[in-house]
Design a protein. Structure first.
Ligand SMILES: Nc1ncnc2c1ncn2[C@@H]1O[C@H](COP(=O)(O)OP(=O)(O)OP(=O)(O)O)[C@@H](O)[C@H]1O
Length: 749
């Protein structure tokens, strides 16, 4: 987002109360006006009596919010000497004698940042500060430790005190930075990972050369030159302020001016430079890490949604109840005839509207039911009803239905039934042949499964015609018998067969639930579930490793830039030390009178050199540490990369296997349909036998029992086929989503 550099002007209170003023500021119109009537429009024209707190609150709060959102911010203070630049940024000092209300922008900013971050416990953060000075185009590290980590406001204030004591006095530039890395998961389950830097720059007064370079850059930007074409590296100051002018920071420039008439010319210079800065636009962006915006919560995050649905459903039910109660009440009131005509009309209108709504809702319900039937799986197969023993109620209903239209209908029905039977027989014969020709070699027969202990009805020895367990005798062909045997062999395990035999011996119905359980065992192979589970687990691990690898790359990157910074610092330090040593050697050639003075200076310089050497040592140590860390991180990253490749292969393999299992499931679904059709035909034939053949009571009873058993088996097969179909649907949706995940992975990899 393009944000123009913002300008504030602060007037330093006059030294003497009765001294005359040549500059005035109007905080209402935000105009600074000179004695001669020249006006300067700024964003904040701060009055002479503006307190430190007022100054901070008038423009720093939006900057703090911006900083915590992950944007870089900058405050640059400039003006002639002794106009209160350092006072504005830091305050009068950090000794005990100084009151808290005199604190400048930097300590207030630090207090506010720690306060705000502590109010957001969900955010993890790391805060670092640096305090640099640019002395004669050389960098001087005020704290002597590069980046300094501060865990709380007390620690930060200790460093402020230390830096305040250690800083170089004189006309030089000071740059204080606060950088924060934050990580938090927002309520919508998204990971936020941001990094922002706030820089506070106290510029030297003219005629510092760096300041002229900065002025030139400001003029170039104002002339419309794109930042990319501007040479920021011409000096250390301009390189350090790259982001503040024409860069990514949200910048406030504070012009500190004196209202005294003798400073008038310098004040005009400062105000003119302020106006130039006003025309600069910075491109402010949120600094995101690569893992920013990644979803963190999994399916659990969907729970609130489910809750909402539940609440909605509950509210709807309650609402319907309320409306029907009201309807009853209105009807009663209408009947009591105690209402005026207008009220009756109103109530009638209400009842009419309610009836209209009911109509619409009932229409919808019809559609819903239809959908529900579709969702429940395959429609049930209509079956020929077994002619049962005539009961009294049947006789009654027969006599009642004896009408002409019924007769026509029955005639038509019989015609269609005949046609259906023919077609069905044909189909059955075809399928029978096909089935027997294509029965898989792994189709195990009962005798193979349980040795000699096989179902008496279903053994091939019983091809004397009938399934003798249930009904000895005629009607089934050898092929049909074989077929039924195979169907039973596929569907029922040896244990169930035993129970069936026992139940038959005792002439009791086998437990249908048991058959169902056995069938379930057969079709509900846990293999698919297992593979899916394994795939999901591997996938989860893979994603975690990917996140870790990205994090490591980021860390390596930031360590490398830290390393670069430190190396630059070392070079600058070494240069400074050699300059200082050179300046010392010059004193050797001086006269004796000067020599005493020179030796005193030398002692100071020596101390200075020692201090710098100690700093240099610390930097070098830090460099070694960072190098070691980078090596360690790179090793870990390499191992992770290898693991990621292996995991990817494993995922591909698992996905292929699951496709295999899916194919097998499709195949077994077809088998189920096929077996049900076969059982239907056998059942039809048996029912026909029962109707047409003359047989003894005992035989009839056994035949009925056989039909009943076959029906139960068919029922179980049918239910399991529905369940398998349903599972296939779920599996399909799962594998589809996996396909989309896979293609996504492919693109992100
Ligand atoms: N608004 C103010 N209210 C009270 N005292 C002030 C104000 N501004 C400056 N002072 C005082 O004026 C003196 C000079 O201020 P300061 O050192 O901040 O100026 P400066 O512009 O940073 O000077 P230099 O360019 O020499 O670094 C200090 O003693 C400071 O406390």
């Amino acid at each position: 987002m393009d944000i123009p550099v913002q300008i504030a002007v602060r007037l330093k209170p006059p030294n003497l109360e009765d001294s005359s003023q040549c500059i005035f500021s109007n905080p209402v119109t935000q105009i600074v006006i000179t004695e001669s009537g020249q006006t300067f429009h700024v964003n904040r024209a701060l009055p002479v009596d503006c307190t430190q707190a007022n100054l901070f609150n008038s423009f720093m709060i939006p900057q703090i919010n911006c900083f915590l959102d992950g944007c870089d911010t900058s405050v640059v203070v400039f003006g002639q000497a002794k106009t209160g630049k350092t006072y504005t940024l830091f305050g009068p000092g950090f000794e005990c004698i100084h009151s808290e209300c005199d604190q400048g922008i930097v300590p207030r900013f630090l207090s506010e940042i720690f306060h705000k971050l502590n109010q957001m416990p969900e955010r993890e953060f790391i805060l670092h500060i640096t305090w640099m000075q640019v002395v004669n185009n050389n960098i001087f590290d005020v704290l002597g430790a590069g980046l300094v980590r501060c865990c709380n406001v007390e620690e930060a204030f200790q460093y402020l005190q230390l830096g305040w004591r250690q800083r170089c006095q004189g006309n030089n530039h000071t740059v204080f930075t606060v950088s924060v890395e934050q990580k938090w998961v927002s309520t919508n389950g998204v990971l936020n990972h941001r990094m922002s830097t706030a820089s506070f720059c106290d510029l030297a007064a003219y005629p510092e050369p760096g300041l002229f370079a900065l002025e030139n850059i400001i003029k170039e930007l104002l002339a419309g030159n794109p930042p990319k074409q501007i040479n920021y590296d011409q000096c250390i100051l301009t390189a350090m302020l790259r982001d503040s002018f024409g860069g990514r920071a949200f910048t406030w420039v504070i012009g500190c001016i004196s209202a005294e008439p003798e400073d008038y010319q310098d004040t005009l210079k400062t105000l003119n430079l302020c106006l130039c800065c006003r025309g600069i636009k910075n491109f402010v962006t949120v600094n995101l890490f690569a893992d920013n915006n990644t979803p963190v919560y999994t399916e659990k995050s969907m729970l609130p949604h489910a809750d909402n649905n539940f609440n909605l459903q509950f509210a709807t039910t309650q609402w319907i109840k309320l409306v029907s109660n009201a309807e009853g009440l209105f009807n009663k009131i209408l009947q009591s005839k105690s209402l005026s005509e207008a009220d009756i009309n109103q109530v009638s209108e209400w009842l009419f509207l309610k009836a209209e709504c009911d109509e619409c809702l009932n229409g919808d319900t019809g559609v819903d039911n239809k959908d529900a039937n579709i969702k429940q799986g395959l429609p049930r197969i209509a079956e020929d009803t077994e002619p049962s023993e005539p009961s009294e109620s049947d006789v009654d209903s027969d006599s009642e239905e004896d009408t002409h239209s019924d007769t026509v209908f029955q005639d038509k029905l019989e015609k269609f039934m005949e046609y259906f039977r023919e077609k069905n027989d044909q189909l059955f014969a075809d399928r029978c042949e096909e089935y027997l020709n294509h029965v898989d070699s792994d189709d195990i027969t009962i005798s193979e499964l349980s040795g000699s202990q096989s179902l008496p009805v279903m053994t091939s020895q019983s091809n004397s015609g009938r399934r003798r367990t249930i009904q000895p005798g005629e009607s089934l062909s050898g092929a049909e018998l074989e077929l039924l045997r195979k169907v039973a062999a596929k569907a029922i395990s040896p244990e169930s067969q035993k129970i069936l035999i026992e139940s038959h011996k005792k002439d009791v119905d086998p437990e249908p639930k048991l058959i169902e359980r056995e069938l379930l065992k057969m079709i509900d192979t846990p293999k698919t579930d297992e593979i899916c589970k394994k795939y999901k687990m591997t996938k989860e691990k893979y994603t975690q490793k990917q996140i870790l690898a990205r994090k490591l790359s980021k860390e390596i990157g930031s360590s490398q830039s830290q390393l670069k910074e430190l190396i630059n610092l070392c070079i600058a330090k070494e240069r400074l030390i050699s300059d200082l040593s050179k300046s010392m050697s010059h004193t050797q050639n001086k006269h004796y009178s000067d020599k005493i003075e020179s030796s005193l200076i030398d002692q100071d310089t020596m101390r200075e050199i020692k201090r710098h050497e100690t700093n240099l040592k610390t930097y070098k140590k830090q460099i070694e540490q960072i190098k070691r860390q980078i090596k360690k991180d790179e090793k870990r990253k390499n191992t992770l990369d290898v693991e990621l490749v292996k995991d990817k292969l494993k995922l591909d393999e698992l996905s292929d296997t699951s496709v295999d299992v899916k194919d097998r499931k499709t195949h077994s679904l077809k088998h189920f349909t096929h077996r049900i059709t076969q059982l239907d035909s056998i059942l039809k034939e048996k029912t026909n036998d029962l109707e047409t053949l003359e047989m003894s009571k005992e035989k009839e009873l056994l035949l009925r029992k056989e039909i009943k058993n076959l029906r139960k088996t068919r029922e179980c097969l049918h239910e399991q086929r529905c369940s398998l179909g349903h599972k296939r649907k779920i599996y399909k949706s799962l594998s589809d989503s996996e396909v989309s995940i896979k293609s996504f992975d492919f693109h992100t990899l």
